[in-house]
Design a protein around this ligand. Structure first.
Ligand code: IYR
Length: 253
């Protein structure tokens, strides 16, 4: 048997001295690395850290009034890289992020989105839905698509193709891309930016404008930037914990 394949991969990379001194591993070990980055905090710190995270996230709001103030691209890149650490079905990482700051591309996206929204808001089959949205004050007009400095368009890869055209299946795509998007929204918020999770009434035009293949399905547009000086947000409330948590606890002995 090939010696390299018979030793732990992470040990081989730091091999100093004769191979005979290194412990043999099972094949299972050879596919693993140590969980070296896990940090065990004292429990009091953990409570504080989780409470701080809750406070930060509770202060996030979806914003529709964007400033045109530029955003440093490094922030966007870091946040997208954070999103791409998300867990995914069979680790397929079935996502693609198209980052748009080009004014001409933003204008094309706005034009197509507003066409789709005009049909949505005027449609007879969508009237109940439109009524349910009234409290948010949304309309077919989407100026933020041109004004915000960044549109991050997220695509779900339904499958992938290798160089030679070999098709690979992807698993739990919606769940995986949803998790990555959640991390992205959180990262942008914690970096000091605001976002709008915008889903145009139809989205296929995004493949054409952004030159993405048909096995990628537009997931949503994350409009990203700073809020306009006097930005306002809808007055909404969130459910109380007892309305969305049930606990099955073991009885104390
Ligand atoms: N895409 C439309 C309608 C809309 C749909 C949902 I669900 C919302 O939460 C908000 C709006 C629009 O963006 O105006």
């Amino acid at each position: 048997m090939d010696v390299d394949a018979y030793l732990c991969r992470d040990r081989v990379s730091v091999l100093i001295g004769p191979i005979s001194e290194y412990k043999e591993c099972t094949m299972k070990d050879s596919n693993t690395v140590s969980l070296k980055d896990f940090v065990q905090y004292p429990e009091t710190d953990m409570i504080q850290r989780s409470a701080q995270f809750l406070r930060s996230m509770a202060a996030r709001r979806t914003v529709r009034d964007f400033s045109d103030k530029p955003v440093n691209r490094e922030i966007i890149e870091n946040c997208i890289k954070a999103a791409a650490t998300a867990p995914s079905g069979a680790n397929c990482q079935p996502w693609h992020f198209s980052v748009v700051s080009d004014q001409t591309v933003k204008t094309r996206i706005r034009r197509e989105a507003e066409k789709a929204e005009a049909r949505f808001y005027a449609g007879t089959s969508t009237q109940k839905w439109v009524k349910d949205l009234e409290h948010l004050g949304t309309t077919p007009s989407k100026p933020f698509l041109e004004k915000a400095p960044y549109l991050i368009v997220i695509f779900s890869q339904l499958c992938s193709y290798s160089e030679n055209g070999q098709k690979t299946a992807h698993y739990y795509v919606t769940e995986s891309v949803g998790i990555a998007t959640g991390i992205l929204i959180s990262a942008l918020h914690l970096s000091g930016l605001v976002t709008l999770t915008y889903t145009p009434a139809s989205m296929r035009f995004l493949n054409r404008i952004l030159d993405r293949p048909s096995h990628e399905k537009p997931f949503l547009i994350l409009v990203t930037g700073y809020p306009e000086k006097d930005a306002r947000v809808p007055m909404i409330s969130k459910k109380a914990p007892q309305d969305y948590i049930t606990v099955f606890e073991s009885n104390p002995a």
